[in-house]
Design a protein around this ligand. Structure first.
Ligand code: SF4
Length: 295
């Protein structure tokens, strides 16, 4: 497929006003001060200005190059050897979180298939460092699939994050094209296994829409997520990061996202954030409160 031909013009509802507020500038300077990266910047998230203005950010650990190359992702892929985890990174994230007065911290990472534990130990160390620094803080981890490793998931569970998030991202039929190194079944198994390791921790997942999936396939994916124990859901519009990435099939309207939100709530999800600009950790703090109230 020639991506050039299919680079679709964005509809009005996807145009985010640029936010250059004092708060956003403060977040940027804190991230620079502690040499920290965010998925917000690396994945070209359209909400960066908005979230920075809210004083929030999603920390990206384990470097900014990934061992995988999902066709929708703006994060740089690496064939070569990657740097070992930075032992000081957990402490720096804890310091930055405190300086940003965060009460809800989201930690995510690239996929590190080159590491024996996939980086699970570094994730756990970061959760523990943030919790030591900010007692009572809520922590959400948005993790890779750790190639389905039970040991890696147990390491994460033992650090007791408040929310376990693993994105399914798309429907089963599109996995071979869009997430060639991942597996639909493995992602569902990871979510289910985490529930067995930590039954009281809410599980969250998300789908990008507009990649070429059908409505029937979305319903099946939502059913599979409910069966694997997911209660918190995000649904957002896929945006093509560059002409070399998987093309947008179509832009869903805000009304369609609203309809999917209603559909998901009738399927038993307790917290559903659904909208063109919704991303995994968009207003994650509010979604957590919504989910906690209903569970
Ligand atoms: S595994 Fe994650 S970070 Fe890596 S390419 Fe895929 S979506 Fe991007």
């Amino acid at each position: 497929m020639n991506a050039e031909m299919t680079y679709k013009k964005k509809p009005s509802w996807l145009r985010m006003p640029t936010m250059g507020s004092e708060e956003a500038a403060k977040v940027r300077s804190i991230l620079r001060k502690y040499s920290l990266d965010t998925v917000c910047r690396q994945a070209k998230c359209p909400n960066l200005g908005h979230c920075f203005q809210r004083g929030t950010a999603t920390f990206l650990i384990l470097g900014n190059r990934c061992t995988r190359s999902c066709r929708y992702c703006a994060i740089e892929h690496s064939e070569g050897t990657l740097d070992p985890p930075d032992a000081n990174e957990p402490g720096r994230i804890a310091e930055a979180s405190a300086e940003m007065n965060l009460r809800y911290v989201v930690i995510t990472s690239v996929t590190r298939d080159d590491l024996r534990d996939g980086g699970a130990g570094h994730f756990a160390g970061t959760v523990e460092a943030v919790r030591r620094k900010i007692p009572g803080v809520r922590i959400e981890v948005l993790t890779p699939d750790f190639q389905g490793s039970e040991d890696a998931l147990r390491t994460i569970a033992n650090s007791e994050p408040d929310v376990f998030n693993h994105n399914l991202e798309t429907v089963e039929r599109l996995f071979p094209d869009i997430r060639p190194e991942a597996s639909y079944g493995m992602s569902l198994d990871v979510i289910e296994l985490y529930g067995r390791l930590s039954p009281s921790t809410p599980r969250k997942s998300g789908l990008m829409l507009g990649l070429g999936e059908t409505e029937k396939e979305i319903i099946i994916a939502l059913k599979n997520l409910r069966e694997s124990g997911v209660t918190m859901l995000t649904l957002g519009q896929y945006l093509q990061p560059s002409r070399l990435h998987w093309p947008v099939d179509r832009y869903l309207t805000p009304d369609e996202f609203e309809a999917w939100r209603d559909e998901a709530l009738t399927m038993g999800f307790v917290s559903v954030a659904s909208g063109p600009l919704v991303r995994s950790s968009f207003h994650a703090d509010e979604n957590f409160v919504m989910g906690a109230k209903k569970s």
